[in-house]
Design a protein. Structure first.
Length: 404
């Protein structure tokens, strides 16, 4: 694959985003003028317009590209009933995300990305196969492989301003590095909304993730490659809305490292807003509320399981969750600092071998206002009643920006 200097790659991506953000590409270009190609390093190819040289299918245009080219898809010929394979370093841009539709016909992935340095933006992506191992956007170098010959790592993937719905899984990333998923609406996918298994240096921001999942967790799920033991790491979920998903809004599992969950609204997910299992995470500046309507013992805002000196839960508003605000199971030496625990059925609880957790300066609606705040729990296999203390509880709730 032809490689370009880093500065050239950044220039291409920056200019493409400028086109998207400013709406420079006019709808009338399908009739006469086309977007200027002088601003892009590669060539521009067009799909679905009525002018000369337009391709009738997205795949035909991709097949005609070279690395660095851009395929622009008009809405006039939408929906495009295709299972698109992107096997080159290109940009695929729709005219309007609401009206430029790629429909997978329930056959396969609507989009399969199997190359690095790919941007996909401004599409509705729907009706992928309902079989397992399928997704609206599947990002993997090869789908079928032996454990001794795993897929090659894909890098620099950008998914922006898309609607992803009615697929088995919304977006599935396997062995990817440096991925940005931004300003997408991911809803009504019966499996995970976004599944990272495994991936690293992934940013998910400004997305609306709602009404996903069935027997599978519907929120963002971060896991590892169990065959090769490769973990996910350096994942950030920020400024997102995650609601009405089955099981959890965000589920971090399988020894994931360096996870940041910040500035999100996480609400009305069936069991837990955030689950962290045996992983390392920073959870801060989130509004986590009204989660836990499924009737499990750990339902609520945040659930930590088997987390040892690995998790900080700081500066969040955790309120009106059905069961627990924060539940720690076999989790020790974690930090819980300066949160607002407001009118959860039980603001906090710990059980199993959960020792030496640091509770400091939290606001509690069930605190009497004098002395330390007593936090009840149960220790050991015998579940002996025990207590922890927040020695310096806050007198007033904190004003945490973005958590109103």
């Amino acid at each position: 694959m032809k490689q370009y200097p880093l500065i050239g790659k950044c220039l291409v991506v920056g200019i493409i985003l400028l086109f998207i953000g400013t709406g420079i590409i006019p709808a009338i270009a399908q009739e006469s003028e086309k977007p200027s190609q002088s601003t892009s390093r590669g060539n521009w190819l067009y799909v679905g317009g009525s002018g000369p040289g337009n391709y009738s299918s997205i795949q035909a245009a991709i097949n005609a590209t070279s690395s660095g080219d851009t395929v622009f898809v008009y809405a006039a010929s939408s929906p495009y009933y295709e299972n698109v394979i992107i096997n080159k370093s290109i940009n695929l841009i729709g005219e309007n995300r609401n009206t430029t539709i790629i429909d997978g016909k329930k056959i396969d992935d609507p989009i399969w990305i199997k190359a690095s340095f790919v941007t996909v933006s401004d599409f509705t992506i729907s009706n992928g196969s309902t079989e397992n191992l399928q997704a609206g956007i599947h990002i993997i170098e090869k789908k079928w492989y032996h454990p001794d010959n795993p897929p090659c790592r894909l890098t620099n993937i950008h998914i922006a301003n898309c609607i992803i719905k009615n697929n088995r899984c919304g977006i599935w990333l396997v062995n990817t590095y440096t991925v940005n998923i931004s300003s997408c609406r991911i809803h009504n996918n019966p499996s995970h909304s976004i599944y990272l298994c495994p991936s690293s240096h992934v940013s998910i921001n400004n997305c609306e993730i709602t009404d996903n999942g069935d027997i599978y967790p519907g929120g963002i799920v971060v896991g590892k490659d169990s065959m090769n033991g490769i973990i996910s790491q350096n994942i950030t979920v920020s400024n997102c809305s995650l609601s009405n998903n089955i099981w959890a809004g965000i589920w971090i599992t399988d020894s994931a490292r360096n996870i940041e969950i910040c500035h999100n609204n996480i609400f009305e997910n069936t069991h837990v807003g955030i689950i962290v299992s045996a992983s390392n995470a920073k959870i801060y500046d989130n509004h986590i509320y009204d989660n836990g309507v499924g009737g499990f013992f750990f339902d609520g805002g945040v659930f930590l399981q088997d987390c040892i000196n690995n998790v900080t839960v700081n500066d969040n508003t955790i309120e009106t969750n059905n069961q627990y605000g924060l539940y720690l199971l076999r989790s020790s030496a974690n930090s819980v600092k300066k949160n607002n625990f407001i009118h959860n059925k039980c603001n906090a609880f710990f059980s199993g071998f959960s020792f030496f957790n640091h509770w400091n300066g939290n606001y509690w609606t069930d605190w009497a206002g004098i002395g330390p705040k007593l936090i009840k729990g149960k220790l050991g296999e015998e579940l002996i009643p025990w207590v922890n203390f927040d020695w310096r509880p806050a007198q007033e709730p904190y004003d945490i920006p973005g958590t109103k």
